[in-house]
Design a protein around this ligand. Structure first.
Ligand SMILES: Nc1ncnc2c1ncn2[C@@H]1O[C@H](COP(=O)(O)OP(=O)(O)OP(=O)(O)O)[C@@H](O)[C@H]1O
Ligand SMILES: [Mg+2]
Length: 327
């Protein structure tokens, strides 16, 4: 029977008055891809920092690759890789020099064959002698993952591996991450804002909000839990909430900015009633959502994972700023 690569018991991190990670119990089976899904500030990065030993645990226990993070941090560090959401590459070094530096930092005696295999796997072998400053954002991300795999870790943590990348590059990285898991046999824990990413990649998912796990399961299980459809509605004039609540089949009404979000039993039954209640020229926009991971999140937390106006960092800008700062 496969054992667990990551186990936590009541894992908690408190920063002053803020509980960033709140009594989390987690089990990630060896050889799987696990996704931590949550909005900005939910506690995803803090979870990774706790599990990698980058920040101290306030309360609770965690073990990774069979070792206790608090008692055996060095054993844990030898067995894990970490792909940060920030820049870690040295721009003035070539791809190969970045790998060399990583090998030095980790005192790896034999690394060249592995480095070559990784460059081959990530399609970067012919760019090995090029300075990283000439790389696209997708190529940088691939090189960052390669660096994290150089010492042959058992578990890899990836914090928002595809944030800020365009859809094509993101899909290409999904294939590579799946390959890292299947071909290299590495357990992957990744965090994401992108629901479709977690859906495509992860066998198991936990949704985290305000430091707490609010739902866990396979994408299919989670979707099956939501029995409702959601109707998102934007109107030209203000609408009386009571009017919306009174429509048969509407089980909940929430507002998010100018938008109404109605939880309904079945959209096809409720829509004609909605049109009868509101004049069609009052409706600026209407959108129906059938059960998906997005509606799971909506159902549990009452909000969208990426709220309008929420500040999802643009990593292309960030990379560009870093490059300027280093010059
Ligand atoms: N070093 C720190 N000191 C104080 N508070 C912190 C620190 N690091 C994180 N926090 C707070 O802990 C909470 C969780 O932050 P965290 O970075 O884990 O969120 P996240 O889910 O990774 O968000 P994002 O999607 O924006 O990356 C936030 O409220 C954040 O402000
Ligand atoms: Mg984060």
């Amino acid at each position: 029977m496969a054992s667990d690569a990551i186990v936590t018991e009541n894992l908690t991190k408190v920063y002053g008055k803020l509980t960033a990670v709140d009594h989390v119990n987690l089990k990630v089976a060896e050889g799987t891809i696990f996704g931590l899904l949550g909005p900005n500030g939910a506690g995803k990065t803090t979870m990774i920092k706790l599990l990698t030993g980058l920040t101290d645990i306030t309360e609770g226990e965690a073990s990774v690759a069979g070792f206790n993070v608090r008692r055996d941090p060095m054993h844990v560090k030898q067995r894990i890789g970490w792909v940060a959401s920030e820049v870690i590459l040295d721009d003035d070094f070539t791809a190969w020099e970045n790998l060399w530096l990583q090998a030095k930092l980790q005192s790896l005696p034999e690394w060249r064959d592995r480095a070559e295999d990784l460059l081959k796997y990530f399609g970067l072998l012919d760019r090995r002698k090029d300075r990283v400053k000439t790389f696209s954002t997708g190529m940088r991300k691939k090189l960052e993952i390669a660096l994290a795999l150089l010492h042959q870790p058992e578990v890899v943590f990836m914090d928002e591996p595809t944030i800020g990348l365009d859809a094509n590059t993101r899909h290409m990285l999904w294939d590579l991450i799946t390959g890292v898991n299947r071909e290299f046999g590495i357990t992957v824990l990744l965090t994401s804002h992108y629901i479709e990413e977690a859906d495509a990649l992860c066998e198991q998912i936990s949704i985290i909000d305000h430091g707490k796990f609010v739902a866990s399961g396979s994408p299919t299980d989670l979707k099956a839990r939501v029995k409702s459809d959601f109707v998102e509605l934007e109107t030209r004039e203000p609408v009386d909430e009571a009017k919306l609540r009174a429509i048969p089949g509407v089980t909940d009404v929430r507002t998010q900015g100018k938008t109404w979000i109605l939880r309904v039993s079945a959209a096809e039954e409720v829509l004609p009633r909605l049109f009868a209640t509101l004049k069609t020229d009052e409706i600026r926009r209407i959108n129906v959502e059938k059960p998906s991971l997005e509606t799971v999140f909506l159902d549990i937390t009452g909000k969208r994972i990426d709220q309008p106006g929420s500040d999802v960092p643009d990593y292309r800008k960030f990379y560009a700023q870093m490059r300027r700062a280093r010059r």
